[in-house]
Design a protein around this ligand. Structure first.
Ligand code: FES
Length: 330
């Protein structure tokens, strides 16, 4: 049995079954519900019940005042729905509404996707999932090595297992540690999140995504989040790479294509006969997807090309508010 939960004032809706707490169900379905500890301690997921019935599923330490109880306040991370609900609560769908967090986490997996690309999976404590928006980055700090901001590759629906893509770079201490010293179970300090390369939550326009090298990570996070919110949304993905080993997670793109009716992707190796540079490829993509002015465009681009990319998009008459760019190293 599932129940329909309507959030006020946003009007966003999601389904909750009889086993999931309301917070977990909402996060899984792509809502950015305000929360913190997810274990009934902090009170951040406080909500007011306007209509319907809930029951408490797990113990909570957080205490409401008598007035709050009388007004129908409850914790979404501790309660289950037993009917359709209308609930008043906040959503953190803007980067500046997400609190900065310090979390001590552990390395859960180190997967060598290719000789020169590692996918790092980091597990936070169960009671301290990271609150972030799809597309954002977080600083990773290991003892003795300066911290590094890396884009998170998964969507916020799983906020305790965080994935990152790292490409080998000679002469970089952080990179050396990841490729040669890091072991499963090692501790890592997380600080953040940061960045405004996030989905426009109000727009339902087609998404045109252009990923450059390991800039596939934040693009994958955005795509997974967009699918959670609306699996019918039209998504075009172009992934550009000049690596000799080619694209490192095409099976992930294949899975999207196989599961979704409105997802198309193309992996482009550079240079090729038609295009030499990122800019050539972007010009070609814009031509292919004309008219692009009805798309929300998300690009990860080489650091040195950000300005020229903006000019190219501007010259193509794409409204500035529909253009989202973030640079990536490689
Ligand atoms: S998220 Fe902390 S009490 Fe619910």
């Amino acid at each position: 049995m599932t129940w329909r939960i309507t959030i006020q004032p946003s009007g966003h809706c999601f389904e909750a079954d009889a086993k999931s707490d309301i917070l977990a169900a909402g996060l899984r379905q792509g809502l950015n519900l305000r929360h913190g500890c997810a274990n009934g301690s902090c009170g951040e997921c406080k909500a007011r019940l306007i209509a319907g019935q809930v029951i408490q599923g797990k113990h909570q330490d957080f205490r409401f005042s008598e007035q709050e109880k009388a007004d129908g306040y409850f914790l979404m991370c501790r309660y289950l729905a037993t009917s359709d609900l209308i609930v008043e609560t906040g959503e953190s769908d803007q980067p500046d509404l997400i609190p900065k967090q310090h979390i001590i986490a552990k390395i859960n997996r180190i997967d060598h996707l290719q000789n020169d690309v590692i996918q790092l999976t980091i597990r936070t404590p169960r009671s301290q999932g990271l609150q972030f928006l799809a597309g954002q980055s977080i600083a990773l700090r290991f003892n003795d090595v300066p911290s590094r901001y890396l884009p998170i590759a998964n969507c916020p629906c799983n906020n305790t297992l965080l994935r990152f893509h790292v490409r080998r770079q000679a002469g970089d201490a952080f990179n050396d540690l990841i490729f040669h010293q890091l072991r499963r179970g090692d501790a890592v300090k997380l600080y953040g999140p940061s960045g405004d390369f996030v989905l426009d939550e109000e727009s339902g326009q087609p998404l045109l995504m252009v990923a450059w090298e390991t800039g596939f990570a934040p693009i994958a996070s955005l795509i997974d989040h967009a699918i959670d919110k609306n699996p019918e949304r039209i998504i075009y993905l172009y992934w550009l790479s000049q690596s000799r080993q080619g694209h490192y997670l095409l099976n992930y793109c294949d899975a999207w294509r196989d599961a979704l009716d409105h997802f198309q992707y193309q992996a482009i190796r550079l240079p090729n006969d038609q295009m030499k540079t990122y800019q050539d490829a972007l010009g070609w993509i814009i031509e292919q997807r004309q008219p692009c002015c009805d798309c929300e465009i998300y690009l990860t681009s080489p650091v040195a090309e950000q300005q020229s990319v903006r000019r190219l998009l501007h010259d193509s008459s794409i409204p500035a508010k529909q253009i989202h760019i973030t640079p990536v190293e490689n």
